[in-house]
Design a protein around this ligand. Structure first.
Ligand SMILES: [Zn+2]
Length: 176
């Protein structure tokens, strides 16, 4: 009898590896000019794509900037975020509204301008997200927070599915 070398747990479909042009073209809540100029990581080829429900990164030149790119129904959506500075440094325990991970000081209130006219008029969507945008790795147990969390009985698959559902509704709120 031949056994397979490795068993892979079934997981939700991760985000497909993206190129810099795909990323720049995906942003829904900034101008084309901003999307052209914003910081995109240079190590895209080295990102752990098979474990990512979204790609998130920060801008070394602008510490409160965050970017997130994900896929919904085969389409790619990028969201520009800004950390609400009043929420930085708060050591209290907060819960990420995307991956439901609880961290002390590792979750920030992030503000995303809404797409289109609403955003130009100053409307935004605020939500608590892991400051390092590593939600995908937390739900898979690839990264640990150091903060004792809630007892969760969900499997990795269920937690990833929940993360994807929360991401989809967040992106829908930004695009609305
Ligand atoms: Zn998170």
């Amino acid at each position: 009898m031949i056994l397979p070398n490795s068993f892979r747990q079934p997981t939700v479909v991760p985000v497909r590896p993206l190129t810099e042009p795909q990323i720049r073209a995906s942003f829904v809540n900034c101008t084309k000019g901003e999307a052209k100029r914003l910081h995109v990581p240079r190590d895209l080829a080295d990102r752990p794509w098979e474990d990512l429900d979204y790609l998130g990164w920060s801008d070394p030149q602008a510490p409160t900037r965050r970017y997130l790119v994900t896929e919904v129904d085969g389409a790619t959506y990028g969201v520009v975020l800004r950390i609400n500075e009043a929420s930085v440094g708060a050591a209290r325990r907060s819960m990420c509204s995307l991956c439901i991970t609880v961290q002390s000081g590792g979750v920030s209130l992030m503000v995303a301008p809404r797409a289109g006219k609403a955003g130009q008029q100053g409307n935004s969507v605020g939500t608590y997200i892991c400051s390092d945008l590593a939600c995908s790795l937390y739900v898979r147990g690839k990264l640990r927070t150091g903060t004792p969390g809630m007892h969760e009985t969900l499997t990795v698959e269920q937690r990833a599915t929940r993360l994807v559902a929360n991401l989809e509704s967040f992106v829908a709120r930004v695009r609305a």
